[in-house]
Ligand binder design. Structure first.
Ligand code: ATP
Ligand code: MG
Length: 609
């Protein structure tokens, strides 16, 4: 059995009862669908005046004579009805029988779909939920390798595809085969000879159909990958619209998109061609089988006289009825192939191992008492070491500033402290406890992070700020905004802290966004602050606003500040000057100026500006 299919089984478990009911109703459906065909027999007999007259109630002697018993009982009923009444009553009786059996058949069909619908939609919900849980759980590093659009395509497109294929799988497994079995059994009852004849032709046409389906799966995987790429392009386009427009890069992006659309078109057409072939091919093969049957069966009726006319007509109806489920099976096997390809892509994400997790036995640590120690750290994102033998101790209450050229590894330190990435060698410890031994949640609870690019969500100011403290009161939020020096602009907004700030906060200026990010960290009020100052140049006035915000925030806290504007960190207890992942100088502002080295050069360069 297919591996992806096996992996889906756990998702079916909560809906076991729906599966059971679906199977039960499908059995009833298949049963009545055959019976409804059989009810044609007495109608034809009555019409052709061939109804046997039976006036003694037949006796049931066992499964062996069920065929004889069934027909005799039916004729007995008809005979007693017509006795003394006109033939019309008999006709009415058989017509009512048709109505009843068809009603029951369709009722059970509806009930079966009702249960499969609950199964389908339930599994879809659960899969979406697991996908989202996984997406949010996976480490940052996972996303620097994968395209966002690819993940989105899997989350939205492939999960839906899995849901659709489910329907087909259950139909394939239960409904249609049952219909075929019931019909075949009845056909055997009517004429064994003829049915054996049919059974020789069925597998031949089935084999031809399955041959066509073979190569579909690989193609549909390719198509789904391509549609992931397509979403990525749209996503990047929307994100970078300002740049695309101002650099007149529209043609470039249009080309990229067109190429992808063309590839998708070719793939879809080639998949569709095979898909379209399935229905006509199977119908034609089916009708050929029926035609051969007509010839052979006609001989039995006309020459051999071992089969009567009405039975042959009913037999043909049944045989033709097998064609529909046979077609459905061949169609479903296409859908299942699509679905399994999609399931594979969904499970690929669900099965990614997250290396950055809490160990099974971890230390819960909710206080920060003495120091953070970084000891002989080596770290690389890809091939090149970004940090080399880096050591640093931060005592409680101190402000440590990291400065240095772009790409020297400053933001990387923040990534390691918060365990977005794990060190390759060396260790980071808080109060002597290795952060890898700490519960991930308690570690991150100790830290407030202001990232280099302000990350804000399309929501109100209040919602954005209260992320780390969801039940904060309005007063607390305003207090945090004041410390972050942001209240001066928030209070002038039409809805105050309830103003929506737009997609990634785009209704605000750069400096305003930064101050909101700072307010968010202030409200969380963690013992350790990690500040990655934005590089974007602010005008002198907003710079002053942000500066005040930072100074307010650092008071009475342990802070690690990554600074680009050196004016921010003159009061820091220790300034670490980094170059290519190593510490080149460290000391207070005065000490480093006196040293007359890299730091001094940086300062004089900035004061020139
Ligand atoms: N996700 C990543 N994958 C691969 N390499 C990365 C990744 N992030 C950063 N790097 C590389 O690691 C090095 C250090 O990057 P880092 O972001 O720590 O620099 P920085 O000192 O913060 O620079 P800046 O002052 O410009 O913010 C850079 O050479 C960068 O190319
Ligand atoms: Mg940086």
């Amino acid at each position: 059995m297919d591996k992806s299919l096996l992996k889906l089984f756990p998702y079916l478990k909560p809906y076991n009862s729906h599966i059971i009911w679906n199977v039960i109703y499908n059995i009833l459906y298949a049963f009545f669908s055959t019976i409804s065909m059989l009810t044609l027999l007495p109608v034809l007999d009555v019409l052709f005046g061939k109804a046997k007259e039976v006036f003694t109630k037949p006796t049931y002697t066992g499964i062996g004579n069920i065929k004889q018993y069934g027909t005799e009982y039916m004729y007995y009923q008809i005979s007693t009805l017509t006795q003394g009444n006109s033939i019309q009553v008999a006709l009415l009786f058989v017509v009512l029988m048709i109505i009843t059996t068809f009603l029951l058949k369709n009722l059970f069909n509806y009930l079966a779909s009702f249960h499969i619908m609950h199964l389908k939609n339930g599994v879809l919900k659960d899969l979406r939920k697991s996908m989202y849980d996984k997406i949010i759980e996976l480490p940052i590093s996972y996303y620097s390798e994968k395209r966002k659009g690819d993940i989105m395509a899997r989350m939205l497109g492939d999960v839906n595809e899995v849901q659709n294929s489910f329907f087909s799988i259950l139909e394939l497994v239960v409904k249609e085969p049952l219909t075929i079995i019931f019909a075949l059994a009845t056909m055997f009852f009517i004429s064994t000879k003829l049915t054996l004849f049919v059974l020789i032709f069925m597998p031949i046409s089935g084999w031809i159909i399955s041959k066509v389906a073979k190569s579909l799966r690989a193609k549909s995987l390719e198509a789904q990958k391509e549609s992931g790429f397509l979403i990525s392009i749209v996503d990047e386009t929307l994100g970078g619209l300002k740049v695309i427009k101002s650099y007149n890069a529209e043609p470039n992006f249009k080309n990229r998109f067109n190429d992808s659309v063309m590839r998708l078109l070719n793939l879809s057409n080639s998949i569709g061609t095979k898909n379209n072939l399935a229905t006509p091919l199977s119908e034609f093969l089916g009708v050929t089988t029926i035609a051969i049957l007509l010839f052979y069966g006609g001989n039995l009726v006309l020459i051999d006289k071992t089969l009567d006319g009405s039975s042959f007509i009913v037999y043909l109806t049944l045989a033709f009825n097998i064609l529909t489920p046979a077609k459905a099976i061949s169609k479903a096997s296409y859908a299942v192939k699509n679905g399994l390809a999609a399931a594979e892509r969904v499970f690929e994400v669900l099965e990614v191992e997250n290396e950055i997790t809490s160990k099974e036995k971890t230390t819960d640590k909710n206080t920060f008492d003495s120091e953070i120690t970084l000891k002989n750290i080596h770290f690389k994102y890809e091939d090149e070491n970004v940090l080399k033998d880096f050591s640093l101790e931060v005592k409680k209450g101190q402000t440590i500033a990291l400065v240095g050229q772009s790409g020297s590894g400053k933001s990387t330190i923040a990534n390691l402290l918060t365990r977005f990435y794990d060190v390759n060698e060396g260790s980071i410890a808080i109060d002597g406890v290795n952060i890898k031994d700490m519960n991930l949640q308690s570690l991150r609870g100790l830290m407030g992070l202001v990232t280099q690019d302000s990350i804000l969500f399309n929501d109100t100011i209040k919602a954005n700020i209260s992320l780390g403290k969801p039940n904060a009161s309005d007063e607390e939020i305003i207090e945090a905004l004041k410390i972050a020096n942001a209240y001066e602009f928030v209070k002038d907004l039409p809805n105050g802290i309830y103003t929506n700030i737009g997609d990634s906060g785009n209704k605000l200026s750069g400096g305003q966004k930064q101050r909101l990010s700072i307010a968010r960290a202030v409200l969380k009020n963690p013992p350790i602050m990690i500040l990655d100052e934005a590089t974007s140049a602010l005008d002198t006035e907003s710079e002053k606003f942000v500066q005040v915000a930072l100074e307010n925030m650092m008071q009475n806290r342990t802070s690690i500040v990554i600074a680009h504007r050196l004016s921010t960190i003159q009061k820091a207890d220790t300034i670490i000057v980094m170059k290519k992942g190593k510490i080149v100088e460290q000391g207070t502002h005065e000490e480093l100026i006196a040293l007359n080295g890299t730091y001094n050069k940086l300062v004089s360069m900035q004061s020139l500006e």
